[in-house]
Design a protein around this ligand. Sequence first.
Ligand code: FUB
Length: 345
Amino acid sequence: MPEEKIDHIDFDLLNEKAISKPIVSHIYTADPSAHYFNGKIYIYPSHDIDGGEAFDDLGSHFAMEDYHVISMENIESEGVDHGVALHVDDVPWAAKQMWAPDAAHKNGKYYLFFPAKGHDDIFRIGVAVSDSPVGPFTPRPKAIKGSFSIDPAVFEDEDGSYYMYFGGLWGGQLQRWRTGTYDSSQPKSPTAHLPKDDETALMPKIAKMTDDLLEFAEEPKDVLLIDEKGNPLLAGDNKRRFFEAAWLHKHNGKYYFSYSTGDTHFICYGIGDSPYGPFTYKGKILEPVIGWTSHHSICKVEDKWYLFYHDSSLSKGVTHLRSIKVIELVHDQNGLINAIEPYKL
Ligand code: FUB
């Protein structure tokens, strides 16, 4: 994830033209996973800091140490920061890089799912539990067995099943797990182990969760993303293939899998008939934002859908100092999503 040349951008103008403002501006936040629990909006974001790490394509400059939960009474109201909900120092298996989390609610308990690098420099996914949606969360002593890579998103289906989607390329290490074990060769390369451009792209992963939401109930499987002809998206199709930031929502009985294309900076989606896919590519949800990364969630609040996303406009383009935002998301009469331009330029 390289630093960008952004000298030419007028950030005051851009902030004026942005379609929405940061939900909080006293801290930097990113990767907003939003949920509507008990009539209130809760957002589980990354908490961006400048940890002093050099920029690289492995994302070492994303050196986050803790999570804060942000709540909103309604979609127009101010975001309220509930303080530190979980710190890396309290997670026995984790060493650094508390990246994009998500949360779920079941039987009066709240579950925070989060990726972090272990002491062996390998990303895994952990879970922490609380009686309150805003924490503090108590982490499990070990990461979820069989977990790897980053960006967990946990979807509750209407039959009460919960599924975790996850995975991320480059610094997210998904490409190192192609044989089922971690390939530690060429440790500094973000792109070694990727498929060739004319090969099938690496797909995100899905695993059904156990009833207590603490472990995988099955081996993670590929989530197949296909084009309009039914062919898997190719690795070289980087304007459409999966990179990171998996999310799942269900609308009118259809499953919508959305994700970031990473190095082409789009949020895209596909539609399917099962939580496992396949998902047929349908288009873009969000055009590129200021900053290298794009990461979102889609949440229904009363009768409207909203896109929670982030950009780096508040920090004037510092790619690892981002701010969470929200805008209404519209499904048209055919169930397709109207793409959003984040700035009215
Ligand atoms: O916030 C760190 C990483 O940046 C996330 O895990 C990715 O999805 C990207 O937003």
